[in-house]
Every structure is written in structure tokens, then in C-alpha cells.
Design a protein around this ligand. Structure first.
Ligand SMILES: Nc1ncnc2c1ncn2[C@@H]1O[C@H](COP(=O)(O)OP(=O)(O)O)[C@@H](O)[C@H]1O
Ligand SMILES: [Mg+2]
Length: 149
């Protein structure tokens, strides 16, 4: 089992896509271990996007993620990091494959609805940045045996 961090960005919340996006992850078989809504403070946005510091779009990116409430979550499942990234789709929405979240709900620019960790290292760091340990549940569901057996 693997854990990954996902955030529905402010455009996803504004467009009323929280439900459809959560539904996709639940229906795929991921367990939601943590879930909350928050408006990301500047300092946290800078930490979250530290790898992009210095890039031309950095300032815009930090403002974008802090521009309204986001829905943050920790998901758990087999190969969760890779599988969730595949469900999210390519960074540029017009290049994202149909069937992916970005490919189905986004079109232009970089208002691309959702963030997902891209490696085990970033997943660990992002989960620790966004959630306190006591906010993360550990449980199994009766239906997991139908998914994982
Ligand atoms: N060239 C760019 N111009 C403006 N914004 C960008 C650009 N590249 C990436 N971004 C924004 O920064 C976010 C983080 O970039 P990156 O980590 O490369 O993509 P991803 O979100 O697919 O992991 C993107 O989701 C997007 O919102
Ligand atoms: Mg990224």
C-alpha cells in the first residue's frame, strides 16, 4: 500500500468539481485517509511549490493556489502515487488525455484543477506539510477484499 497527497485547487472548488473528483478516487478503490478544506497561507504555498522557486510562473502559481479554498486529502492504495498521477493527467489540460481529470474537466492555461504528488519523496513531504499526524486515519473497509484479493 502506498499513500499520496492530492489537493483540489481553487478552480476545482469554484467550479463545483469536488464531488466528481472525490467520486473518481473512491470508485477507483482508493481509501481516503484524510480530508479537509482550507485556504493555503502564502508561507505554506511557498513551501509546497519550493521546487518551482525561480521559475517564471512561480509567483503566479503561489497566488493561484492561495486564491480560494482548496480541498486537501491523503489517499491510500496499491501504487497510489503513479495511479493517481495517471488519473490526473498531463500538466497542460489541452494535452491531458480524455478520461483523465484534467482531460475531462479542464482546457486551457494552467488552471488545471488538481495537484497530486509525483514521487514517494514528494508524497511523504507533502503529507507532512499539509496534515498533522493525528488528522490521518488508518483503517480498512469491508469492500477492500473485493478490490485487493
Ligand atoms: N509553464 C507554466 N506556466 C504557468 N504555470 C505552470 C507552468 N508549468 C506548470 N505550471 C503550474 O505549476 C503547477 C506545478 O507544475 P508541475 O509540477 O510541473 O505540474 P503538475 O501539477 O502536473 O505536477 C502546474 O500544475 C501548473 O498549475
Ligand atoms: Mg508537480
Amino acid at each position: 500500500m502506498e499513500r499520496t497527497f492530492v489537493a483540489i485547487k481553487p478552480d476545482g472548488v469554484q467550479r463545483g468539481l469536488v464531488g466528481p473528483i472525490l467520486t473518481r478516487f473512491e470508485q477507483r478503490g482508493f481509501r481516503i485517509l484524510a480530508l479537509k478544506m482550507l485556504t493555503v497561507p502564502r508561507e505554506m504555498a511557498e513551501k509546497h511549490y519550493a521546487v518551482h522557486q525561480g521559475k517564471f510562473f512561480y509567483e503566479d502559481l503561489v497566488k493561484y493556489i492561495g486564491s480560494g479554498p482548496v480541498v486537501a486529502m491523503v489517499l491510500e492504495g496499491v501504487e497510489a502515487i503513479k495511479a493517481v498521477r495517471l488519473m490526473v493527467g498531463a500538466t497542460r489540460p489541452y494535452e491531458a488525455a480524455p478520461g483523465t481529470i484534467r482531460g475531462d474537466y479542464a482546457l486551457t492555461g494552467l488552471r488545471n484543477l488538481i495537484h497530486a504528488s509525483d514521487s514517494p519523496e514528494t508524497a511523504q513531504a507533502e503529507i507532512a506539510l499539509w496534515f498533522a499526524p493525528e488528522e490521518i486515519q488508518s483503517y480498512t473497509r469491508d469492500l477492500d477484499r473485493w478490490i485487493y484479493e
